[in-house]
Design a protein around this ligand. Structure first.
Ligand SMILES: Cc1ncc(COP(=O)(O)O)c(C=O)c1O
Length: 343
């Protein structure tokens, strides 16, 4: 099977497992796990923030990050296909009483003017006030889209100028950093809170870090425990994340090249399904036009390729360290053939 459903399907290598097995650990709820602390400090430093908090998932890091910035009854503004809006099971509302207001986007790409048009930082007693804006970089459902840096800066300035905060869902910020060459510090400094993941393209089994000011992270630690997500000898997991950070960032460029190769192979047979020049990182979105995506994905599975049908006519393929460039090319030929045949 060539598994392109997600970059979360990666499994730890022998070397990563060895690093995890050997990690010094302690009780992290007591603040005594040296491997967790080292990871939190390293990530905070990379992103230019004072402190970090190791979390079990990207969703948890986002839920905590947004909670730090938005009080119950206030709103966070994000795009309509943002992971925080679509895929966190309503946690922000269900657990923290926040509302979300969304703006439409093309492939999840940020247009600062759209944000400026809908935010209401101090809406008075009759309307909901916008406490924060949240961005996603790269954008998952948009197809691995890299946010234009000048637009990110424009929204940062808008937030600072009008008393709103700014959260980044940076689950795949590593991919944006590798694809653009923009320093992680230059991304990190724009935001009040940033979440990053190790269990996606970086290949660790578990883990995300939320970074922010020391005060904010102290509050996030309380919220994490309140949600039952304080953990003990988590250094075993943090060691996998640290290994991923040290070994698997630069190689994301290979995944980006494989994604382009996959898209080119699809387009060779089914040009309308994807424009290979639109592929920016490790995610490829295919438009199945008037053919239903579900049966195409099911038939691809029969032929040894796993992809996700994410909409009625949308298929997503994600490259990662568990698949070679050649496998991605072969998978593209299979998908292209199915799309060309209309089945
Ligand atoms: C952009 C983005 N943010 C957050 C997450 C949540 O990560 P997790 O699955 O670890 O909760 C994902 C997961 O795919 C994601 O793609």
């Amino acid at each position: 099977m060539i598994d392109l459903r997600s970059d979360t399907v990666t499994k730890p290598t022998e070397a990563m497992r060895a690093a995890m097995a050997e990690a010094p650990v302690g009780d992290d709820v007591y603040g005594e796990d040296p491997t967790v602390q080292a990871l939190e400090q390293q990530v905070a430093m990379l992103l230019g923030h004072e402190a970090g908090l190791f979390c079990a998932s990207g969703s948890l890091a986002n839920v905590l990050g947004v909670r730090l910035l938005v009080e119950p009854g206030q709103e966070v503004v994000c795009d309509v296909t943002a992971h925080i809006a679509r895929a966190e099971m309503g946690a922000h509302a269900a657990l923290h009483g926040l509302t979300m207001r969304t703006f439409p986007s093309v492939r999840g790409r940020l247009d600062a003017a759209q944000v400026a048009a809908i935010v209401a930082p101090d809406a008075g007693p009759y309307l909901v006030s916008t406490a924060a804006v949240a961005m996603e970089n790269t954008h998952n459902f948009g197809g691995g889209t890299i946010q234009p840096y000048d637009e990110l800066v424009a929204v940062a300035e808008l937030c600072r100028g009008s008393g709103m905060s700014y959260h980044l869902d940076g689950a795949r910020l590593w991919n944006a950093h590798v694809a653009t060459g923009i320093d992680l510090l230059d991304y990190g400094r724009l935001f009040d809170t940033v979440s990053v993941c190790f269990s996606k393209g970086l290949g660790a089994p578990v883990g995300s870090v939320l970074v922010s000011s020391a005060d904010n992270i102290a509050r996030a630690r309380v919220w994490r425990k309140r949600l039952g997500a304080g953990w003990r000898q988590a250094g075993i997991l943090a060691a996998g994340a640290a290994y991923a950070l040290d070994h698997n960032v630069a190689r994301l460029a290979d995944d980006h090249a494989s994604a382009k190769g996959f898209a080119a192979a699809v387009a060779d047979k089914a040009p309308a399904a994807v424009d290979p020049t639109s592929v920016e990182t490790n995610i490829v979105v295919l438009d199945t036009a008037d053919v239903a995506a579900g049966p195409i994905a099911a038939e691809a599975a029969v032929r040894g390729v796993l992809v996700s049908a994410l909409g009625a006519h949308m298929i997503r393929a994600v490259t990662h360290l568990g698949v070679s460039a050649e496998q991605c090319h072969d998978a593209g030929e299979i998908l292209g053939g199915l799309l060309a045949d209309g089945r």
